[in-house]
Every structure is written in C-alpha cells, then in structure tokens.
Design a binder for this molecule. Structure first.
Ligand code: GTP
Ligand code: SPV
Ligand code: MN
Length: 580
C-alpha cells in the first residue's frame, strides 16, 4: 500500500530518514494484519495468550512497570504564544520542542519496523469526522489502534479526498521515563510522542488527537471536542433521550455508558454510543448533535464484574487485549473486584504476594471493539450523530457536591462545568485521592487556554435557543468511615431518569443557590433502603462549605487574568452572592 497524497508520502519519507527503520509497513486495518501482528507478538513474548476456552482470542500485555499511565508533567502544548496554551497546560516553544524530539527520534527505529496507520476518528462517512496518520514502531499500538479507531484503507481514501490529516509520530524509544515526552503542535495539527508505549501517551488518536488537537480545531470551527461519554436512555414507552457526560479519568464514564437498569426499572434501556470522547456540533436547526470519534473502548479493568457492569464484563470475555492485569493458575485474566478466581501472577509478571501489591495495576485496561458491547447503539455509526438533550458534569467528591443538581441557564452550566473538581486517580502518574480543579474533566486534555475555552463554550448561547440542559452529578459522596452514601452503578439510572424528566419539564425542582435540586420525593428510591438522613445529606447544600468552595474557585478563575470571560465572572458572583 502507498498513497497518492503527496504531503503524506513526503512526511513518511522524512520520518523514515530521521528514524531509520529496518522496514516500513502501511497498515490496511484488515483482520489478517491484526492476526499476523498478534502471532508475531506472541512469538516475541510481548503478548501472552490467555485461556483459550474461557477467553478466546484474548491476550495479555504487561507494560514496563515505569510506564503504566498518562504522564501529565511530560505532556506539552507547543504554540507560538505561550498564553494560547494557557496556564492550564505545560508549554514549550515550538522550535525547542522539535529540536528535543528530533534528537530523540534520530535513528530510534533502527532494527525496528515502522508502521504507518491511517485512521479516521468518527464514522468514515460523517462530515463531523477527522482523520489522522500515526507513525509508530510499536505493534502493540497498531493492534490497539485497530480496535479503537476506523483504521486502514477507508481512512486513507478519506485522507486522499480531504487532503488534510493530523500527523502523529510515536516511538517507544527505550521506555526511559527520563527520555519521555508527549508534545502537541495544534497550530500545525501534529503530535510527537516518545518513550512511552501506554494508552493515551501512545495511542495518538485518543487523547492527543481527539481531545487536545481537536479541541483547538473545534474552537476555530465552532464545535466542541469533549471528554464525555454518550448514552441513549430509552423509556418504557420507547422514547430515547441522548445524554453526554464529562467525568474525569477513572470517575465512571465507561460504567455509566453501559449501565444495566436495576430490577425495578427493567423496562428501561441504556444504549451506549461512546464511553470517553464526544464531538459536539450544532446542526442547521441549532440542535446539538454528538458523535463518538472512537470505535472501541480502552477501559479501566479493576472493579469490573457481573454486578457493577455486566455489559463490560461480558464483552471482555473474547477478542480483548488486557494490559497489566494479573493471571490465575489456568491463564485467566484476574483483577481486583473480579469476584471469582485466584491470582497466581501479578501485573509485573511476578508470583503473587511477593510485594503485597495488587494483582492488577489500578490503571490496568482492556481494549475491545465497541461492536462487542451488547448495548452498542444502532445510531453509534450514524454520520449525523445523535441529538443531545442533557450535558452532565461530575467529579469524585467525598463531600460537598450533592448527588445531582441542574444549572439555571447555559451560562450557569458553563460555570458549573468550569467548577468541576475531583480526586485524582491512577489514570495519570502522581498522587491519588487529592482534590484538584478539573474543569469540564478536561484539565489534562484541553489543547488551549481554559479562559478561551470557556469563552468558546459561552458563545454557544448566542447561536441556538435549544441548547441541552446542563447538570452536575456526584456518585462518590462518603461517610466518615469511607463508605459510599449512594449505591451508584445501575442505580444511577434513577438520577438519569430525573434528568430527562427535567429536560421534558415533567417534574418541578427546588431552587437553591447552586442550582435546581430534586424534591425529596421526586427520585424513585423507595426500594433502596437509604437512611432518610443519608438521603437528606445527598440532596443538601451546605452553605458554609459552598461559600468556601466558591471562594477557592473564584481565586482559580482569577488566575486566568484578563482572558477570563466577564460572563463567567458574573455567573460566579451571582452564585456567591446567593450563598450569603
Ligand atoms: P477513563 O477511561 O480513565 O476516562 O475512566 P472512566 O471515567 O471511564 O471510569 P470507569 O467507568 O472506568 O470507572 C472508574 C472506576 O470508578 C472503576 O473502578 C469503577 O468501578 C468506579 N465507578 C464507576 N461508577 C461508579 C459509581 O457509580 N459508584 C462508585 N462508587 N464507583 C464507580
Ligand atoms: C483517561 O485517562 O482518561 C483514559 C485512559 O481514558 S488514556 O487513554 O490513557 O487517556
Ligand atoms: Mn478518559
């Protein structure tokens, strides 16, 4: 395979001259190619076949123990003007970054195969989709991109038609954390990644392209690229509402997107459109529509079982790549929260109980095609996407944030999104469990200055009078002993039901300083045996705590200086005043 696109041909030849691979392979995305790469990786030991009876066509990859998560401190946005990247990003000057990367790439593929992966983010026939090409020396990246994107011949044909693509260059290098960088050049639509083979650092279609680069493009072109799941909630009467929800990494997107309704709601149905990223556009009528740019799931494994997420559990029984889980005696994958089986080997490939650590790394992942999900929506491939009724923001907050509340307006909703804060998780290296500000769950992923990003969000209210309603949820409130106050998972359906009732003006609500909260009886929870006092606290607004929160949030907003939109400041003042 090769291409008629001169720019692509030239770039591949320039990269080959720099990295000096032994051979170049243009990936066609075929099953044959996938199978051949699996065979090759099994024979060189980078993939282990799992139990073929219980887990047909499932494989285990153990990454370097120092390469298990995104590395935010090594991730840069490189723009001509530093303030275009904003204080929310690490910044490096374009030339400095390129010099650094070119030195690392010099000869880095000697003795290796260089794979050229044309891919399309979104259905290949959608006007909302965008293409890219990733060049990599990692076969693991190729097989993951095969599951996660529309990759190969169709994507290449579209690139040749569109004559534009995002350039992503990736090499695993020596996996040395001291020689690792993930650089983005949004002004040139290019990405350079070196020294990591893991997830968002290496599968460049995902966070690097579909969020950091795409968010920049989206601002220029008038749309939004967001860290959001997309689901359809079908009521017993057959009406479906589509909801997009942004939660920070490892805070419940995959689980919500695949939710199985509890017994009491068995006539309701959740359809999955996406579990991590949404691209949102206004159509000609001013309706916001969403597509999922991805074609597979790169999901958190620990905690997945038949009770928490049966759809996910079922879909990872076959044709799945596991990264950094443990193994049982008979080569079944094993992780904390799996419920059955006993691990004998941990994610480092060591016998269990050696260092007392977990069998599966807390950020261990499965990669699987979305088509294996029983709840995969028939509209997930629709070129025009689905109409969005509600946008939901959420975080992992032990305290403060109620179970659910609704914004009073689009502008107030933007403030609520900007105010998201959440406890850090194992999805990125660094300390876990500290609350940090994570506006719109995009702190690690917004490719430009947050102040400009909020202006862009606010600008939508001037463009449509039927924008989605905005909500905030928190599944993670805890008591003094660390027990969750809300059962979560399937029971979250009850909250989604209230959200859609609000969208249809079918239920009233209680106005508070922070937004509209459900009346005590409007969420159907009779069968849950929640202590009335607990229920009260899940739906209460502690004024003193909220005043403190708003003051801290205000200081954070101030740090964006003159670029902060006046409207956001105004919204903040209104809520703060209402709390007095
Ligand atoms: P990324 O793929 O990193 O973006 O994560 P995500 O947002 O898709 O998170 P995911 O659904 O994989 O959930 C992460 C962790 O949160 C898992 O360990 C889940 O078991 C847990 N979790 C998800 N939903 C709930 C919930 O409703 N309640 C509680 N207590 N835990 C939840
Ligand atoms: C996240 O960290 O939000 C993920 C996993 O979805 S990664 O692909 O590594 O970004
Ligand atoms: Mn994510």
């Amino acid at each position: 395979m090769t291409t008629s696109n001169q720019a692509l041909k030239q770039w591949v030849s320039d990269v080959a001259a720099l990295t000096r691979p032994q051979s170049i392979v243009w990936c066609d995305g075929s099953d044959q190619e996938y199978d051949d790469l699996i065979k090759q990786m099994v024979s060189d030991g980078t993939l282990k076949p799992l139990n073929d009876e219980t887990h047909p066509d499932c494989y285990l990859h153990l990454s370097d123990p120092q390469d298990v998560a995104r590395v935010e401190h090594l991730t840069f946005i490189c723009t001509v003007n530093q303030q275009d990247a904003g204080d929310n990003n690490h910044w490096m000057a374009v030339n400095e970054a390129k010099q650094k990367m070119n030195a690392l790439y010099d000869g880095c593929m000697e003795g290796r195969t260089m794979y050229v992966i044309p891919y399309c983010m979104g259905p290949v026939d959608s006007p909302y989709s965008r293409c890219g090409v990733e060049i990599t020396d990692s076969p693991y990246v190729v097989i993951n991109m095969n599951l996660m994107t529309r990759m190969g011949a169709d994507a290449l044909a579209r690139i040749e038609r569109d004559d534009t693509f995002v350039r992503g260059l990736h090499s695993t290098g020596e996996l040395d954390p001291e020689r690792r960088y993930i650089m983005h050049f949004p002004e040139e639509l290019s990405i350079m990644s070196f020294g990591s083979g893991y997830g968002g650092n290496a599968l460049l279609g995902k966070k690097c392209h579909a969020l950091r680069i795409a968010s920049w493009q989206a601002r220029q072109e008038g749309w939004l690229a967001e860290h959001m799941l997309i689901l359809g909630l079908e009521s017993p009467t057959g009406e479906t509402h589509y909801i997009a929800a942004a939660f920070p990494s490892a805070c419940g997107k995959t689980n919500l997107a695949m939710l199985i309704p509890p017994e009491k709601f068995k006539d309701w149905k959740i359809w999955t459109l996406g579990d991590d990223i949404a691209w949102l556009h206004l159509d000609a009528e001013g309706q916001m529509r969403a597509i999922n740019p991805e074609a597979g799931y790169f999901g958190v494994v620990p905690g997945t079982n038949e009770k928490t997420n049966r759809n996910a559990y079922d879909m990872i029984q076959r044709n799945t790549i596991f990264t950094n889980v443990g193994q049982t005696e008979d080569q079944q994958p094993w992780w904390e929260g799996k419920k059955d089986g006993t691990p004998v080997m941990d994610w480092k490939g060591q016998p269990m109980a050696g260092d007392g650590g977990p069998a599966a790394h807390p950020n261990s992942r499965f990669t699987v095609s979305a088509t294996q999900n029983k709840a995969y929506s028939s509209l997930a491939e629709a070129p025009q996407g689905v109409p969005i009724s509600a946008i939901v923001f959420g975080g992992r907050r032990r305290e403060l944030a109620p179970l659910v509340y609704q914004a009073k307006s689009w502008e107030h909703g933007v403030l609520i999104g900007a105010g998201v804060a959440s406890e850090t998780t194992a999805a990125a290296t660094g300390e876990v469990g500290v609350v940090r500000r994570d506006p719109m769950a995009m702190k690690p992923f917004c490719g430009y200055n947050f102040a400009d990003y909020w202006s862009h969000w606010l600008s939508f209210s001037g463009r449509s009078d039927k924008l989605p309603k905005i909500f905030h949820v928190n599944w993670f409130r805890q008591d003094q002993d660390g027990n969750f106050l809300w059962p979560g998972f399937g029971e979250n359906l009850r909250v989604l039901q209230w959200i859609t009732q609000r969208c249809d003006n079918k239920v009233s609500a209680r106005e508070t300083a922070i937004g509209y909260l459900p009346n005590d009886d409007d969420l159907d929870i009779d069968d849950l045996q929640i202590d009335p006092q607990v229920w009260q606290s899940l739906l209460s607004v502690d004024r003193e705590q909220w005043r403190q929160e708003l003051d801290e949030f205000g200081q954070y907003l101030d740090s964006f200086g003159d670029r902060l939109p006046g409207e956001l400041r105004h919204q903040h003042q209104q809520v703060r005043a209402a709390l007095d």
